[in-house]
Design a protein around this ligand. Structure first.
Ligand code: A2P
Length: 279
């Protein structure tokens, strides 16, 4: 067990499940994304999460180091040869205070055991798929938006992202813009697949073209009139939710109010929910 090695040994080489950082992008002083090599044996479904992290500081008494791991949604699609993650930076956060300083060539720990409920298998067939995200809850949708199955299964994808400030929307906005030029999706799904996407970003603190919590904008019907579509109904609409605990709870109420039922891998239904983990 590498955790038993003395602290003065080069721990990084002995890391179990080590992967190498290939790219890092800082979006704001509180948000960054990074890419790492993908273990050859890792198979996952777009939308799932894995445990990733770094080796913790040596115990002052014993010198032993333990891995410091957190759940992170994989933001890249299942077909990608690398893995992408989207993270907040918490200045006093045990993991992200250090993780935010990673550079290409550094190693992180990645446990190759993907799990999660934000997967196509957990939803019954439908016509319109909604992605509801706050903050870094966008990550699993960054994966699903680059997944051909998403566009094969639905006529329309509505992606809502609510953040406090405009700058926090940039990662998602850029990703959606880049879909137009995505060669694989254009080839596999056919050119113009991205026209199925309706993007509905909102901010709650900083001034922007559309302000307010998505929960309120759904309840008072603003979203539907803005997009020119009928209100959510279990006949046609499916939803995936990823955000803070409070957001998830409120969104469940909103969706149940429209008559949708919560699904799971073993029992698909009309919506699924997952907590945005770090933060
Ligand atoms: P608000 O600014 O009104 O709290 P946070 O950074 O706290 O995780 O929040 C991210 C975004 O999600 C913010 O825009 C926040 O709005 C919004 N939000 C937080 N909790 C809820 C909730 N229960 N329902 C809807 N939106 C929420």
């Amino acid at each position: 067990d590498p955790a038993d090695k003395p602290a003065d040994k080069p721990a990084v080489k002995a890391l179990p499940d080590a992967q190498t950082v290939t790219a890092v992008e800082h979006w704001t002083d509180q948000l960054f994304s990074f890419r790492v090599t993908r273990p050859q044996s890792l198979r996952f479904r777009s939308g799932e999460f894995v445990m990733i992290g770094l080796m913790g500081d040596p115990d002052p008494k014993t010198g032993k180091q333990k891995p410091l791991l957190r759940a992170y949604s994989i933001a890249s699609p299942a077909w990608d040869e690398e893995l992408e993650f989207y993270s907040i930076k918490v200045q006093d956060g045990p993991l992200t205070s250090r993780l935010q300083h990673i550079k290409p060539g550094d190693q992180i720990i990645l446990r190759p055991k993907p799990v999660g409920t934000l997967v196509h298998d957990a939803l019954l067939p439908g016509k319109r798929l909604w992605f509801f995200a706050t903050g870094t809850g966008f990550a699993p949708f960054a994966s699903l938006l680059r997944e051909p199955e998403t566009f094969e299964k639905y006529d329309e994808i509505v992606i809502t992202h609510t953040c406090r400030d405009v700058a926090e929307l940039e990662y998602g906005h850029r990703l959606i813009e880049a879909l137009k030029e995505d060669e694989l999706l254009n080839e596999v799904i056919g050119e113009g697949f991205w026209k199925k996407i309706r993007y509905y970003p909102t901010t709650t603190r900083e001034e922007s073209p559309k302000m307010g919590r998505i929960t309120d904008l759904l309840t008072n019907g603003t979203v539907f009139s803005d997009l020119g579509i009928p209100a959510i109904t279990p006949d046609t609409d499916r939803a995936m939710v990823c955000g803070s605990l409070g957001f998830n709870t409120d969104m469940k109420d909103v969706l149940e109010g429209f008559g949708l039922r919560e699904g799971a891998n073993s029992d698909p239904a009309e919506y699924v929910v997952e907590k945005a983990f770090v933060g």
